[in-house]
Design a protein around this ligand. Sequence first.
Ligand SMILES: [Zn+2]
Length: 453
Amino acid sequence: MLTRREFNWRVAAGLAGAAAAGLRLPGQEPGEPPVLCAPQLVNPERLRVALDELAGFGRLPGGGTSRLGFSPDDLAARQWLAGLLRREGLDVTIDAAANLRARRAGERDDLPALAFGSHLDTVPNGGNFDGCVGSLGALEVIRTLNEKDLRTRRPLELIIFTNEEGVHYGKGLFGSRALAGLLDPGELEAVDEQGVAVAEWVRRYGGDPDRIAEMTPPAGSLFAYLELHIEQGGVLWQRGIPLGIVEGIVGINRYRVALEGFANHAGTTPMNQRRDALVTASKIILAVREIVTAQPGRQVGTVGAISVQPGAPNVIPGRVEFPVELRDLSMDKIEALARQIRDRGAQLATADGVTLTWELASSHEPALTHPQIRFQIQQAAAEMRAVTLTMPSGAGHDAQAMAQLCPVGMIFVPSKDGISHSPAEYSRPEEIACGAELLYRTILRLDTLEKLA
Ligand SMILES: [Zn+2]
């Protein structure tokens, strides 16, 4: 008898073999990895049409979409989706933080609801898949249930979170953080370039900023939250795997590093008499990569910005500042890496006659998905005979804030060439439909469970 893994690989190998023999599989362009899954229950064409329609809200003339959170285009897209959800018979409301909530009654409507959803807002000049796939995948789940006339035991709640990207006002996960009681003090009073406060936009969307403080549901009132999303990285695409099961959303620590050397004349100061802060910074930047890649695992480390003072071609750099950002599912690992980088940085600085200061600028804890939900997703994928990969999410998602309220689970579908937050963002319709079907099957499996152990 085959183990599931062997079985999955045989299915994959069979499909890959067909592709290698020149038999093109549906949705596959020449030179691309084959699509190794086929949806059986959801309607891929209906889902594709919905995604196409959504792309019309905030579409840019040169391709791509700008549909910022708290903007007229985003509001119009939400009203469009609210209309579709009402047409499916759902009870649609706007909560205090302006999240769109659509409830489908269960047989036992007193049981804690099973929630799922995503976001409709995009980054400026973004694509049509980030957030859209999860939101309309959730709609497809509802449509499939209605079509099959299936009633779940638990009530279902589809949630579209407000201003997930947070480009507008500079802070992400607005709606989910509000629901989880995680807004920062004064956040509602922040104003944008037009002088409009967050609270005013919440009102324009139909929310009630005065009631946000009391909106967090009591413990145990949500059974779980599930989110389907595009990977936004290239791991699944590169490996030709159609579905990802997310282990957790990585924690992020950002450190502020400053190097103080001495700014002096670049023509008259001999090379051996310099205290060049930028030379030391260069060595530390290389050390970040070396230390982060020296051990196995999926941790990542980045120096994404640098400021050099005084910043002139004829002056030796006297002061350099840059951030070091580290991400992993384990905060212990992040902190251990940070210590190593800081110690190496201090040695390099001392050797160059430069002073290093190192401080923690911000810290976000990792949010792990629930093992029982991961197991149910895995079982549901096995029903579909689809190969999966268990992986961390390197990007932030609403599920991260929801993890403070209830057990969470996430499903990824591949992003072509790993591109996201760009008009070139693309996921194949068959794989999107497989993701929606995996969400559908997981919801039905979780619905049968009394509790999550
Ligand atoms: Zn997203």
